[in-house]
Design a protein around this ligand. Structure first.
Ligand SMILES: N[C@@H](CCC(=O)N[C@@H](CS)C(=O)NCC(=O)O)C(=O)O
Length: 203
């Protein structure tokens, strides 16, 4: 089984951590979708990573779909609760963390353009999404040890990967100010072997 991705992608990291935590072996295929000649579109018509190639004719893409496929393999620990409403809550929090990553990526790409071509409107809009998203996660994190229930879930993993990405790209560098519950959660996550082993390389 091959995971097509890059070491700096928070979506790829989420999937890598799930596989590592469950002890599922895989081959990592390093693919930068932004480089000319990238093979990402061979696995996902959208040309995005991650993609999980289970065999030549079974390829899964979009990280929430890949996460569901991994869970369906039945390997413990489970990162999506069995109870349907709990599962929905976890998936919504995953979508929130992923959405913050998407907004952060738009900020990063916009800031790569020449200053005179950058849209202040786009940057403000995306920064607001990041801040509102972080506030919502802080509120949830303050309610318990994990974002949902008594156990680590996909919501926590996605949130840890999201914060790792903000740190890497210096987006919202003050994310930890006035968000003590999120800080506590992330510190706990970053101590895990799976997080330590997937820390993105600093550019
Ligand atoms: N919703 C997708 C987002 C994946 C995504 O945006 N990946 C980025 C890398 S972090 C990418 O491949 N971008 C290339 C592009 O947008 O063309 C997922 O969760 O898998």
């Amino acid at each position: 089984m091959k995971l097509i991705g890059s070491y700096s992608s928070p979506f790829v990291r989420k999937i890598t951590i799930m596989l590592m935590e469950k002890g599922i072996t895989f081959e990592f295929v390093n693919e930068n979708p932004w480089l000319e000649g990238s093979h990402a579109a061979n696995y996902n018509p959208l040309g995005k990573i991650p993609a999980l190639a289970v065999s030549a004719d079974e390829v899964w893409f979009d990280s929430p779909v890949i996460a569901s496929w991994i869970e369906q393999q039945g390997q413990l620990p489970s990162f999506i609760p069995a109870e349907p409403m709990d599962a929905l809550r976890v998936r919504q929090l995953e979508a929130l963390a992923d959405g913050i990553c998407e907004a952060a990526q738009l900020i990063v790409r916009e800031q790569m353009r020449p200053p005179e071509k950058q849209s202040e409107e786009l940057l403000t809009r995306q920064r607001q999404k990041v801040e509102r998203g972080l506030d919502a996660l802080e509120k949830t994190a303050a309610q318990g040890e994990w974002l949902n229930g008594q156990h680590i879930s996909l919501a926590d993993i996605a949130s840890g990967c999201m914060i790792g990405y903000l740190n890497l790209r210096h987006v919202a560098p003050n994310w930890c100010v006035n968000r003590p519950a999120l800080v506590k959660l992330v510190e706990k996550l970053f101590q895990r072997d799976s997080f330590a082993r997937t820390a993105p390389p600093t550019p």
